[in-house]
Design a protein around this ligand. Structure first.
Ligand code: TXA
Ligand code: MG
Length: 381
């Protein structure tokens, strides 16, 4: 793993598979799902697409764009009406603040207070990890509308590491407020086809940049007013951040003050449409979870090939199986997590059993997303 917690050598397949006005899921003749008209999908590597998308953004429109983590649902962050459309398109509660995406770190001082923008830890992290999967929450300037930050005095800032995202922000000439491009509480999208299936015509345009290389959302840390706290584990390993600026406070869900500092952490998040249960096939006590009744449609999310074999020995047969990374590599597991969950969901399983991964490096983000996905499961299921 490199210091970004990312793959050495960058993205697997940044191949651009966009196609104008059709379902990008593979079959050119296939109509958009369930008869809903889909949004136009343009290839992100074409400068003409960037120009069209930038015009849409300046006119107050919603444009979905690829980042290295997940696809973002973007609007001009300085236009409160455009940002309000993001909340409507996602069915997102207004208490959940949005991340503002910048083309480069030099813009931080325009949107964060002088004191926070001048914090030497910000300069250190920006120099080391931007562009990349790191969001810094700093005290905001008045130019950022309150709707972006859900009324908080802080704003999350990030410089994404994707050529399409950066070209788009530059061409638009404005910072982009962008949550993950999924309906609230659903799985984050790591391919344009996920966006089309989830949001359809609720957005004006989708830029296709191929599959996302990191595959889980950015790591969010609070650096306001001298504090240093992890608000969300993500695509940059905690260890890499701590190596630069020292230990971070780790906030626990439910602890006093956590909801105020990290409002997005309440409730079920990142959830597939079917119940998910975390169970370790190495744990003899968990063996009953792997037992599949005749006719039951169970999906297995194995962390490694070894986990798959153990789960199959403990139970099954599974209707569909996804292995996050053959060797159990945590960077590879993070990169495939949402893709694999989407695939199990599409296979029609009625429940998912997920093998846990060690909570180090990007394993922390994988376990955080799995636990949130598992929250909806009624006791005993
Ligand atoms: O990788 C990512 O971060 C992706 C891509 C599109 O950049 N974006 C993303 O956004 O995951 P979203 O909205 O799905 O999650 C943003 C998280 C939320 O949990 C939100 O609560 C937190 O960041 N956040 C944003 N601004 C914050 C603030 N001012 N204070 C505390 N938390 C904040
Ligand atoms: Mg999200």
């Amino acid at each position: 793993m490199n210091e970004h917690g990312g793959r050495p050598g960058r993205a697997p397949g940044r191949a651009l598979v966009g196609a104008v006005g059709r379902d990008p899921s593979g079959d050119p003749g296939r109509p958009a799902r369930r008869g809903r008209p889909g949004p136009p999908v343009l290839p992100g590597d074409d400068p003409a697409s960037i120009a069209i998308a930038a015009d849409r953004l300046r006119a107050g429109g919603l444009v979905v764009f690829p980042t290295e983590t997940v696809y973002g649902l973007g609007a001009n962050a300085l236009d409160a009406r455009a940002v309000a459309r993001i909340f409507a398109a996602k069915d997102r509660p207004a208490f959940d603040p949005l991340i503002v995406h910048l083309a480069d770190a030099s813009a931080v001082g325009t949107y964060a207070t002088e004191e926070d923008a001048g914090d030497p830890r910000v300069a250190r992290l920006a120099a080391r990890f931007w562009p990349g999967p790191l969001t810094l929450v700093l005290r905001k300037r008045a130019i950022i509308p309150g709707i972006v930050t859900a009324g908080l005095g802080t704003v999350g800032l990030r410089v994404p590491d994707h050529p399409v995202a950066r070209a788009l922000i530059r061409a638009a000439g404005v910072p982009l407020a962008a949550p993950s491009a999924n309906r609230f509480g659903h799985l984050s999208p790591t391919r344009a086809a996920h966006v089309v299936a989830g949001l359809g015509a609720r957005v004006d345009l989708v830029l296709d940049g191929g599959p996302c290389s990191v595959g889980v959302e950015s790591t969010v840390i609070l650096l306001a007013a001298g504090r240093a706290a992890l608000l969300r584990p993500g695509g940059l390993a905690l260890e890499a951040i701590e190596a630069e600026i020292g230990p971070l406070e780790i906030l626990d869900d439910g602890a006093p003050g956590t909801a105020e500092l990290a409002p997005g952490r309440t409730g079920a998040h990142y959830a597939p449409r079917v119940p998910l249960r975390i169970a370790d096939p190495r744990d003899p006590g968990a063996a009953p979870v792997f037992v599949v009744a005749p006719g039951e449609r169970v999906g297995l999310l194995a962390a490694s090939q070894a986990g798959r074999e153990l789960a199959e020995a403990a139970g099954g047969p599974f209707m569909a199986t996804e292995v996050l990374d053959g060797d159990g590599d945590l960077v590879g597991a993070a990169a495939r997590l949402f893709d694999a969950l989407h695939a199990l969901q599409e296979a029609g399983v009625a429940r998912i059993i997920a093998e846990p991964v060690p909570e180090v490096g990007l394993g922390r983000a994988v376990m955080d997303r799995l636990r949130r996905a598992a929250r909806d499961v009624p006791a005993g299921q």
